[in-house]
Design a protein. Structure first.
Lengths: 144, 104
């Protein structure tokens, strides 16, 4: 029997740094182990502890169920606690994620727009308030 | 809510400017008070980095939505961080068109 495939988690962006190193260890001691914190775990921590979302709202933002979000969040805290206590370095990488940099096109007034409020599910055209919109295929760069 | 529109001149009849960073004027429109004012874009005269200059200018005006003919490559991440919505409209649109559509 094979398990269900992992759902893609939506993240707002990548962290500013690639990881953290401990300092102040006794001479000659090297980092024994590296903790790999996944992007989705970083995002869960950011939403819950930095942006002060509750878990239900944070789960919606990441497009996963609330129990799944809790598991991601628990894993994130466990990994960070482990790194702190045992003095490991943390690498933030990997995970099954998609980025929220989508553009949308209104079919009524042909304007193109983004949606910075990722919690808002029903997207309307900001100009003519139409619901007749499509997601654009082109991503990033100058759009016209 | 305040919105900012990149404008080719300081009149309500003028078209949307196709450049966000180097447009001559920003039309700042307040949807609650229907107050419209035109402000000179400080990014117009900037030597380099006109986009970020214009971005912070618009953010300081407390605009929550920005309309322009096009946005440069560096702008998206700046506005995302500020949670300001970007809207690309066809350049034949006038300032008046946008304001009238928003009133509906």
């Amino acid at each position: 029997m094979i398990g269900r495939p992992i759902k893609t988690r939506k993240v707002a962006g990548t962290p500013k740094v690639a990881g953290f190193n401990p300092y102040g260890q006794s001479q000659g001691e090297v980092f024994k182990e590296t903790i790999f914190l996944l992007y989705e775990e970083y995002e869960a921590l950011r939403l819950c502890d930095y942006e002060d979302y509750n878990q239900t709202k944070a789960a919606e933002a990441m497009k996963v169920s609330r129990p799944t979000f809790t598991r991601i969040y628990m894993r994130a805290r466990h990994k960070i606690a482990k790194a702190f206590v045992e003095g490991h370095s943390i690498h933030i990488e990997g995970g099954k994620v998609s980025y929220d940099n989508a553009w949308y096109k209104c079919n009524e007034c042909s304007s193109i727009f983004n949606n910075p409020d990722s919690l808002n599910e029903s997207i309307r055209c900001p100009l003519c308030n139409s619901l007749n919109i499509d997601q654009c295929r082109n991503e990033g760069g100058t759009i016209k | 809510m305040k919105i900012a529109i990149s404008s080719q001149s300081n009149s309500i009849e003028s078209n949307v400017d196709p450049r966000f960073g180097r447009c001559p004027f920003f039309a700042i429109y307040d949807t609650e008070s229907s107050n419209l004012e035109f402000l000179v874009n400080p990014g117009k005269a900037a030597e380099g980095g006109a986009g970020p200059v214009a971005t912070s200018f618009v953010a300081n005006q407390k605009a929550e939505k920005v309309f322009s003919g096009a946005f440069g490559a560096k702008i998206k991440s700046l506005f995302d961080e500020l949670k300001i919505q970007m809207i690309v409209v066809p350049t034949e649109t006038t300032i008046k068109d946008i304001i009238e559509k928003l009133k509906k």
